[in-house]
Design a protein around this ligand. Sequence first.
Ligand code: AMP
Length: 507
Amino acid sequence: MANHFFDLVRARLPGDPAARPFLETLDGLRWSYADLVAASARYAAALIGLGVNPGDRVAVQVEKSPAVLALYLGCVRAGAVFLPLNTAYTAAEIAYFLGDAEPALFVCDPGRLDALKPVAEAAGVPQVGTLDARGEGTMAAEAAGQTGTFADVARGPDDLAAILYTSGTTGRSKGAMLSHDNLASNALTLVEAWRFTPDDVLIHALPVFHTHGLFVATNTVLMSGAAMIFLPRLDPPRILDLMGRASVLMGVPTFYTRLLKEPGLTQEAARGMRLFVSGSAPLLAETHREWRERTGHAILERYGMTETNMSTSNPYEGDRVAGTVGFPLPGVSLRVVDPESGAPLPTDAVGMIEVRGPNVFKGYWRMPEKTAAEFRPDGFFITGDLGKIDERGYVHIVGRGKDLIITGGYNVYPKEVETEIDALPGVLESAVIGLPHKDFGEGVTAVVVRRPGAQVSEAEILGALESRLAKFKLPKRVLFAEELPRNTMGKVQKNVLREANRDLYGG
Ligand code: AMP
């Protein structure tokens, strides 16, 4: 048997891998495809040397560097399961992940070794290594001692390549098990859908502990023989500079709102670019419009999640419709159903989004009941996202099911109220949440960010909404904030807003 994922990488390597660039960094590091293959071989051999066996997890909490990609592919080639962890996780959170995943090896930043080594030992992890932001540490030293060739460990399409823990804003974080074919099939689909070729140069400024930066961005480059410029983090002036010699940018909506604040963002600056992709959180229709006015490009919005990889995308050719996430990708089945009965809903009706296809994960690590509860008997995964399909077939995401507000027995979809508020003069953006209310169960509440210099008041907003929304949908209160709390992937943290204001109506 062969190694499913890496064989596909090999089959799609450029003809002259030593001459074709895979990656460059701002401080001048350059990797050809041949360098990448050799580096991943060294890491794979180092893992075997450290006692990592096929199927073992390798947990990794390190800063972004090219070495992380060599470690990721080294795991895949050694038959191990790559398990990246958000750099923001505290020692207490790491203790949970290590206890749950029982990795054979934990790799952390050298600066956190003193704090995390005891945590790993307490969790029974046999080996601890280090890797820093420059790609140096004990893991790099182990890898440097190996040769650049490695006989890949046999792995089939359904064997695990990675486990990514979901962000888990409620309850315990769950480890989503992703197989070789989940990753490979989705990457190949995206290469086609977004027309990647070896001539592409991707600006990569996303974290690599999350599905977006690790799989969507990296695997698409890898499976098309394209190149990427690897930035440690979002850096708008730098990205603007790089647009002169790049062709694609992938980002979360925050990338686009931050870039729009750069006076240098013009049609001329974006002239060599062919594609701007957004995902991981909803892109405001206004951002889409402003981007088009400033650069002449329609941002291509797509939808996916850790558990499903990418499920839908706006078309490469054809209308990229703002406020929608486009059509199901080839091979992906998507339906909207009544959350309770599971019965399919008609066009334009809002319900639960369910997805089936080679992109959908293998289940939650060591949580068979949770896994069973989130799949329908016919194999569809219940995403937890509410949405609808319009008459043209475009999928719209309305929000997470858990953000649905039930007030006085009526369902209120926050997105509908947010859209109305966002359209009012003086409003930059809003988040609508439900807060405990003794009469209504939940009270609809808006948190609004004003445009700079705008004075719009609570009474004005409520007054303007009265004629536009049914009475039960109207916010009982409008609160103002300087900005909305967001996580690193640009998602508004409604749980933070709910927590901060939980006593607004006396509980
Ligand atoms: P994650 O697993 O961190 O990638 O988060 C996945 C969740 O992000 C999805 O279930 C959606 O709720 C949300 N999401 C991803 N892409 C979009 C999008 N284009 N529009 C709206 N929500 C999105």
